[in-house]
Structures are given as C-alpha cells and as structure tokens.
Design a protein around this ligand. Structure first.
Ligand code: 3H9
Length: 698
C-alpha cells in the first residue's frame, strides 16, 4: 500500500504488514498505509479475514512521538483504529515485542489478539505527559474494568503477555512464530464463519459497576496531587467509558489528548524522552572498535564499590572484588549480600537469582588477581594520593588492552591517567549512589582516553541498564558542577535572609523530591566541606564566600548521620526540624558581613536556583565539558532528582524564555559578579533567535 505497510492475500486471509524500523512507530505513512490496506481488505471479495502484523523486533511501539506538538496529518490514529474495528470481516492482530501506546490501541481495534509469550503490553503515554489517544481509555476498561485499566494507564508500566491474557486483553499466547500462528488463526476464523467482535461493543469490564466506580474514586484522589493534567484526565476518560456512549467517550479522550499534548509538562517529558536517547550518541562511536568486556574487577568494597559490583553482577558479569585486607573484603561481601537480601525480601528477585549472582562474585586481597580481567573499576577513597597508589599497582598487573575506569565524583582524571604508563586506557565512570539502582553514569573522557575505550563504556552502560552521559574533565564533571552552582545560589540566599526550611520548601514546590539542604543532610555535609577545603587554596578571595556550612562542619554537624546538620534530628530519625542554633549561626554570619536580612518569595528562590543551574550549564557547554544542553538535563533528572516533567535546567530556561532568565541573572550580578554574570552563550543564542534546544540538533 506504501513503503511502510504491505498488503498480501493468501488462503483468503489479507495479511497487512507494518514495516517501519526500528520500532514501527505509527507515523503518518504507517497510519495512512494501514487505513488504505484495511479498506482494501474489507472490500476485497477474495478476503474473508484479516491479519495485522509487524516486521522486525516489535509490533508498533506507539504513535510517532516526533510528530507530537505539530499539526497532525490525517488520518489520525483513532480514525485508523475505528476503521479496523468497523471491518465487516474478523481482524486478528499478531503481537511480538512491545505493543505500546498506539500500537496496543491498534491491537485493541482488532477483533482478536494473539501474542508471542515473550511480548509485553503497555500504555506509557502518561510518561510523555499525555493519555492514550487512539481509543485506549475507552476500549481497555471495556475488557478489564477500571482498576486494571487505570493501573496500566497511570503507571505507564509494561505488563507481560501472560498478564495481558489474564486480564482478557489477549486471546491466545503463542510460543514461536506469532505471525504464522496469527495467520492460521485468521484462516480458521474465516473457515468457521466467525464474525467480527468489536471491542467497543464488549462490556465484560462493566460487569461490576460498584468496583468500577470505587476504582475511579480511589485513583482520582491519588492523582489529585499530580502536577500534570494527564493523570486526572485519564481517570475522567475511564469514568466516561462506563457512563457515556462509546463515541462520546472517544470524543472526550480526543479533546483531553489535544489539551495535554501542547502543555509545558508534555513538551518537557518529550524532551526528556529524546534527550535520554540522544545522550548515548557521542562522536567517539564513529569508527570505534569495541573492546571486549567479559569480566570485571572492582577495587574498593565501600558503599560505592559494593553497589557497582552489584550493578555488574546484575548484568551477568563475573566480578572480582578486591580490598586491602580480609576484614575489608568480608565487609564488602556482606554489603553485597545485604543488597541482595533486601531485593529478595522486597520480591524483586528470587533466591535462585540471588544465588546465581553471588556465584559470579569472587573476592581477593591481591591486586594480581585482576591480571586477567577486561575492565577494572576502581572505587577507592576519593583522595588523589590514594587513587594514585592504586593506579600504580593496577598498572603493574592489568593485562594489555584492559580498561581502567575510575569512579570519582570530582578528581582530575587527566592527572590521574598521566601517573601510569597507559593513560589511553583510563576513563572516568561516575556512578551515583546507590550505584546498583541509580540510572545515571557520567562517562568522563580524559584528554588521552582512546576512542575505543569511550565507545566501550557506552556499550557497557547499556548492558548495566544505565543512562550514560559523556562529560569532559572538570572539577565535578557535569552533575556536581551544576549542583555546586545550585548550592551556592541557595547559600547566598541563606546569607541574605532566607532559611533552610524556606529554600527547601520552595524547591520541593518546584518538583524536587527534597530541597538542597535536606540533600546535604542526607549525603553528609563533610563531602562538600572536603571539596571546599581542597579548592580553598585556589579560591579568589574577592569571590563571595558563605561560611555557614563550614561553621556547621567545624562543630561536627555533618547531617543526619550526626543527628544534626542544617536540621536537627531526633535520635536515629530521618525527618529534621528547624534548629534554632543553626538559625543563630546564620544570623551571626549575616551580621559579620553587615547584611540586613530580607524576605524571599518561593518564586524568587526557584528563579535564582534555576538561573544559577542554567548559567553553569551554559559555561559547561562553552568549555566543551557537556556536548549538548540536553545531556545536562539528563544528568540532572537521572542523578539529582530534577523533576523530569520540568525537562531539566536547560529546557526549563528555554520554556521560561532565555531573555527573561538572562535579565534576571544580570539583575543579580552586583551581588557576586563572578557567579551571576551570564555566560556569553546567552547573548549569542538570544541575538540569533535560538534556544538551548536548537543546540541539541546541531
Ligand atoms: C502514543 O502512542 C499516543 C497514542 O496513544 C495516541 C496518539 C494520538 N516515536 O528506545 P530505543 C525511537 S505515545 C518515535 O533506543 P529500545 C527512539 O527515539 C507513544 N520514535 O530502543 C530511537 O531512535 P534513535 C507511546 C521512537 O530497544 C529508536 O526508536 N509509546 C518511538 O531500547 C530506538 O528506541 C512509547 O512511549 C516513538 N514512539 O526500546 C514507547 N519509540 O535510534 C516509547 C522509540 O534515532 N519507546 N523511538 O535514537 C520505548 O519505550 C522504547 O523505544 C522501546 C524500545 C521499549 C519500544
């Protein structure tokens, strides 16, 4: 019918095949090809039943997200689904891979669904700030009732084919060739004179009206807190499925989808979706030959080392864990054991999986035992002299061509690499704690890092199920440089009149799960204190410096672990309360500088924190530390709790308006010129009518 949908008739079955790699997204040509093919099959007298199938690894994984936010060319998806459903001959969908969003909705338009047992189904639209717009909100509850339908649509999570079958969404599961099984099924339907079975006429899901209504009420209360419109509209549409005629429900879904599609939240979430995938595309991938990584060594069995080891074990790598002495090694293995025990208790893994992963772990106190591994990740104490010592030992024992990755948050990897004979094999892997859970991995490329080593890092990250982002060498790489700017902006406000409670509340209101002072208390104030002490020698005395954090640290108030930091904690407690002593220290710091405190609104607190982050991001781009603005956003939402629906600091600046943000920065310059002066990039973008987003496409 066109280049993305083919039509073929065999044994009176019309086989409609979608072929639009890589994920058969339902772009305009697929929609129009499918509509034409369905109409042709319906009117073809030689056809008695219809099979819809897809080439490649998956049934359509959804609408083409690239078309969102633009005028949509007709036919729209719901027209195509409705036409499939209205066919006068039975239609079968044969599903493999992931039938997601609009793909799942196409399958729901068919009268029968067969699925490969390994297939998965889902309605992940909510993760893009929208709702199913191809009839999903009306058809799924007709089959499953409101509870399961809302679980699918509000969580956006994928379910197995088996679960879909249990819910009545799939008619039969297939081991092996699902297209062949679908063909046989469609042919049998035709031979048996089976009739179409439109989902819109089914009512199984409405059988228990009280349960249906109760599910709506419960979920409506849950979504009330969401900053996005889509969850509330999903609940409304599912409610309408039972209350309104089918066509009216579809019209309501359509209007709700259009409302959500162009909201800032949806734009930000689309940006996040593509940003995550773009981050994996780095120049080093061109022409690189991947080094083989089959075995991994981890040096240092502290919290980070243990978490990294678990991430590697989870990906199926044999791991050799090395510590200085038996005691340290034992503690490390116990930590790993404890991580698996927790996963077991929470039901994330079963005992057999735990045992299989622990089998892959071997421990040693001898560096020599790393002589045969393909990659060593060192995660020893964050102190240059300690790392240099370990590097020297590793240089002696590692086999030629093995990769040496250093897990560091701040240190100069160029300097570290130059201490050994093979700097080209050295790369930075900045994991985030807990390393087996947090998705972000900053891959830090030093001056002499071989491109094959960089490319191998990106391939490995995928196996470890991490989101890799390329960063250049600088103190703190991308994430901690932005974090330092965020904290400095907050510290200036602390000194000028705000309290930790006000600042934290404002940033939570923006969407962060916790505010900057809560994070400091959780992570330990000593970590950033060590960095400040390290940088003290080179700090320009003319630069504005806030001493409040140092004063707290000098008293040993390192945060939650000490029972005291920016907040006061009851013994062992995790919820801090305002500490009058801290407020007094802040007052004294103000008085020492002759500052008269003033009030800050939540809006100003947010504008200053976000302005500082975006300005630091602009500097990272100018310095070439970050490849593109969207990489900075990815780092912030995968590593630092930046609300994904705000799109990250660079996207947030675009949405707010670059001129507005630049003017704000300029208005604060006098307070600390070295900090608030806008990076030249702002002017360059503004004068050319460009946005940070345009730099993502360069
Ligand atoms: C929807 O359906 C709305 C409807 O209800 C109503 C409409 C009116 N569109 O992730 P990968 C690209 S909303 C465009 O690396 P994997 C992706 O950018 C949609 N492009 O592969 C990448 O491109 P590139 C609901 C898409 O194997 C390439 O495909 N559906 C789309 O790790 C490979 O992707 C979703 O939200 C798309 N829908 O994972 C599902 N999907 O190579 C979104 C992928 O140039 N997709 N691409 O970087 C996924 O979750 C994963 O891609 C999937 C495969 C699990 C399918």
């Amino acid at each position: 019918m066109n280049e993305h949908v083919t039509y073929e008739v065999q044994d009176s079955v019309a086989v409609l095949t979608i072929a639009h790699p890589p994920v058969n997204a339902l772009s305009f040509s697929v929609r129009s090809g499918l509509l034409d093919a369905v109409e042709r099959a319906d009117s073809d007298p030689t056809v008695r039943s219809i099979l819809i199938r897809a080439e490649g690894r998956t049934f359509p994984a959804g609408a083409d997200v690239r078309e969102f936010g633009k005028p949509r060319a007709k036919p729209i998806l719901s027209t195509v689904v409705a036409r499939i459903e209205a066919c006068s001959k039975p239609v079968v969908a044969a599903v493999q891979g992931t039938a997601l969003g609009g793909g799942f909705e196409i399958a729901l338009g068919a009268h029968y669904r067969l699925a490969d047992r390994k297939a998965r189904f889902g309605l992940p639209e909510v993760g893009l700030g929208v709702l199913p717009g191809g009839g999903g909100t009306q058809r799924v509850p007709r089959l499953t009732g409101a509870g399961s339908a809302l679980d699918l649509m509000l969580s956006g999570k994928l379910i197995s084919a088996e679960k879909a079958s249990d819910l009545g969404l799939v008619d039969a599961l297939v081991d092996g060739d699902v297209a062949a099984a679908g063909f046989a099924f469609a042919r049998d339907l035709a031979q048996n004179g089976a009739k179409p079975r439109p989902t819109c006429e089914r009512r199984e899901g409405f059988a228990d009206a009280a349960a249906y209504t109760a599910a709506i009420t419960a979920r409506r209360a849950e979504v009330a807190k969401s900053p996005l419109d889509a969850p509330g509209k999903i609940v409304d549409c599912v409610e309408a499925a039972m209350l309104l005629p089918f066509e009216a429900g579809i019209a309501m879904e359509r209007a709700a989808f259009d409302d959500c599609e162009n909201s800032d939240g949806a734009r930000a979430l689309r940006h996040a979706f593509f940003a995550e995938r773009r981050a994996a595309k780095v120049p080093e991938l061109d022409g690189a030959t991947l080094r083989e990584v089959n075995t991994i060594g981890v040096v240092g069995a502290g919290t980070m080392g243990a978490g990294i080891a678990v991430a590697c074990l989870d990906a199926g790598f044999p791991v050799t864990l090395v510590e200085r002495d038996d005691e340290g090694l034992m503690r490390g293995v116990e930590k790993i054991d404890a991580i698996y025990e927790r996963s077991l208790v929470k039901g994330r893994i079963d005992a057999a999986t735990r045992d299989a992963r622990m089998e892959l772990l071997s421990g040693s106190t001898r560096m020599e035992d790393l002589g045969r591994v393909d990659l060593v990740i060192e995660a020893v104490f964050e102190e240059t002299s300690v790392k240099v010592g370990v590097f020297a030992q590793l240089d002696q024992v590692m086999k030629p061509g093995a990769i040496l990755a250093t897990n560091t948050s701040y240190l100069d990897i160029n300097a570290l690499a130059d201490t050994i004979s093979r700097p080209e094999d050295v790369v930075g892997y900045h994991f985030f704690s807990p390393a087996n859970i947090m998705k972000l991995l900053e891959i830090v490329v030093a001056d002499k890092t071989d491109l094959n080593v960089v490319a191998t890092g990106f391939a490995l990250a995928r196996k470890l199920r991490k989101v890799p982002v390329r960063a250049g060498v600088t103190d703190g790489f991308i994430g901690n440089r932005i974090l330092a700017a965020y904290r400095l902006a907050a510290d200036f406000m602390l000194e000028d009149g705000a309290t930790p409670t006000q600042i934290d509340a404002a940033m939570r209101a923006y969407g962060f799960p916790v505010g900057p002072y809560q994070v400091l208390d959780i992570a330990g104030l000593d970590i950033s204190w060590a960095r400040r002490k390290r940088l003290a020698e080179t700090r320009d005395p003319a630069h504005r410096y806030v001493t409040i954090g140092d004063t707290l640290c000098a008293r040993g108030w390192f945060g939650q672990k000490a029972g005291r930091g920016y907040y006061l904690y009851e013994a062992g407690g995790r919820v801090g309360r305002e500490d009058p002593e801290v407020l007094r220290i802040i007052s004294e710091a103000r008085a020492a500088k002759g500052i008269t405190p003033r009030a800050f609104t939540a809006e100003e607190i947010q504008a200053r924190c976000l302005g500082a982050m975006a300005n630091e991001g602009a500097r990272l781009l100018e310095e070439g530390v970050a490849l593109r603005p969207s990489d900075i956003d990815v780092v912030l939402f995968f590593g630092y709790g930046f609300p994904r629906w705000r799109g990250g600091p660079m996207m947030a600046a675009d949405l707010r308006g670059l001129l507005t943000v630049e003017n704000e920065l300029k208005s604060w310059v006098e307070e600390a010129p070295e900090f608030w002066t806008p990076a030249p990039l702002w002017d360059e973008l503004i004068k050319n009518g460009r946005h940070f987003a345009d730099m993502n496409e360069d």
